[in-house]
Design a protein around this ligand. Structure first.
Ligand code: VGL
Ligand code: ZN
Length: 234
């Protein structure tokens, strides 16, 4: 028989309290929260709404209090951008096409530079965020990832910025889980960071099974999947 101590029965825990709480993650000075594309375009009323997109806002606002380093991204397209179906004769939104760098899903016109649609969600409160990375601004190339554009060569500079500031671990949140969040998380691994995706602080587009595929690819690359309750709040 195990001792009462080994069973966790010491210390006056009430019957309803868990004997051992799961260890929570305390992000340190070398951790950064990356908030991906929480913009009007990706919530209801926007041009490419993600189901439940606005629900991530209060969670991200709360998580922000646990991080010294916060980076925000904005999808920031030119008018007539190559990722827009409207730029391709005979194509409809959610069709695909081949571009110089590979297959490109075609989207409704969205997140055009300087429009209200491309602005950050008005309830996002990240007063301590230090950097906003805008991406997808080359007319002929998309950039789901905050680290590399779709040719997998053109850097955004984010890896260098984070490394120069001593960041070793990133926690990725925002929209959409299966596109910009997933590509950002996988490229962060490629750049050598420890990477967590905080699942409940993301929402997905889920186009033809893209969400399940994204989790599979992320997991294969060593991206860890956690919930916001796994982070110690301050
Ligand atoms: C995104 C599709 C097109 C995203 C951006 O933020 O996940 N998805 N542009
Ligand atoms: Zn886009």
């Amino acid at each position: 028989l195990k001792s009462a101590a080994a069973l966790g029965l010491i210390g006056g825990l009430g019957a309803s309290a868990p004997l051992f709480a799961a260890a929570r993650i305390k992000p340190g000075a070398n951790a950064a929260l990356i908030v991906v594309d929480v913009q009007n375009c990706f919530v209801d009323g926007g041009t490419l709404p993600v189901k439940g997109g606005a629900e991530v806002v209060p969670l991200i606002n709360k998580l922000a209090g646990s991080f010294e380093n916060i980076v925000v991204t904005q999808d920031w397209h030119t008018q007539g951008h190559a990722s827009f179906a409207s730029a391709h004769e005979g194509k409809k939104p959610f069709d695909s096409t081949k571009l110089s760098y590979g297959t490109q899903v075609l989207w409704p016109d969205h997140c055009v530079q300087g429009t209200d649609d491309a602005a950050l969600h008005k309830d996002l409160k990240l007063p301590t965020a230090q950097l906003i990375i805008r991406k997808g601004f080359h007319k002929d190339m998309d950039s789901y990832s905050a680290f590399e554009e779709a040719d997998h060569k053109t850097a955004t500079g984010l890896a260098g910025y984070l490394k120069a500031r001593g960041v070793k671990t990133v926690f990725v949140t925002g929209l959409a889980t299966d596109f910009c969040v997933a590509w950002t998380a996988m490229d962060a691994r490629k750049a050598g960071f420890n990477v967590y995706v905080i699942e409940d602080a993301t929402r997905a587009i889920d186009l033809n099974g893209s969400l399940a595929a994204a989790w599979k690819q992320m997991s294969a690359k060593g991206v860890k999947r956690i919930q916001s309750s796994d982070i110690e709040t301050v």
